[in-house]
Design a protein around this ligand. Sequence first.
Ligand SMILES: [Mn+2]
Length: 312
Amino acid sequence: MSFDIIGDVHGQADKLEALLQAMGYRKRAGSYQHPHRTAIFVGDYIDRGPRQLDTYRIVWSMVESGDAQAILGNHEFNAIAWNMPDPEVQDELQYLRPRHGDQGARNRHQHRHFLAEVEGTAQHDEAIEWFLTLPLWLDLPELRVVHACWHDGYIVELQPLLGPSRTLTPELMVRASRREDPVFRAVEGLTKGIEVALPDGHMFLDKDGHERRNVRIRWWDEGGSSFRELALMPEQERMALPDLRVPEEARPVYDQRKPVFIGHYWLSGAPALQSERIACVDYSAGKGGPLVAYRWDGEPTLDANHFHVQEP
Ligand SMILES: [Mn+2]
């Protein structure tokens, strides 16, 4: 099998159509197809860009016709939670992702481009229904795909709880929306990456001046070991972190059995591999960057020459 693994589109349907064309896909019977390749989308189809519904329709139609597979990104997870009433709140209507207060305003702001196109229409529920059919990860015979982090522990934990095609059920959506529930940590780990608590007494100030005691890490970096080396943050802030080891148990170790493709990390610059077996295909198409894909032709060891960069 030959697969083209396509990065986070975030409503940039122009970039997606240009990329599919350039990679040899043609529109036939309402869906883009390639004579002998299958596309795989790594999640985050919505939010940010100017053509939310068009993006959703392109990806949806390719999955329907068997020309693509697609998984769930954190933005689709959030969209479902925004639209799902909390069944445990009886006397008023509350949603799993808050719509009220300061947090509600921030949530709405993050989701505004999608809402502007769908709020109050039948397409909204239709899109949410479809998001609920997206698996949290793909483990194909030859390769793996997950939105942010391949974590064997979380996968083993979630596997028996998920729907038939590794999808989130309504019950799991509730559990994944409760910070104190282990399902929250597992779903967040796979779709947003790994967050590690800084050693006691350490903190840093984020770009809004808020104190933070957790950092997200570059889980794929086998060479790094300290918070200073592994934290995912601008270099200047990173250098202020303690030169102390990230606890081994907090870091997933990738088993290297097959290539794994991820999105999510808003990378920039020329596409580069994370390792021989790990490739991120998100180069910030959602905020001015190119849409990137990896043309996979069966190689067990990944090759940076296989990146396709669709300039905006
Ligand atoms: Mn993401």
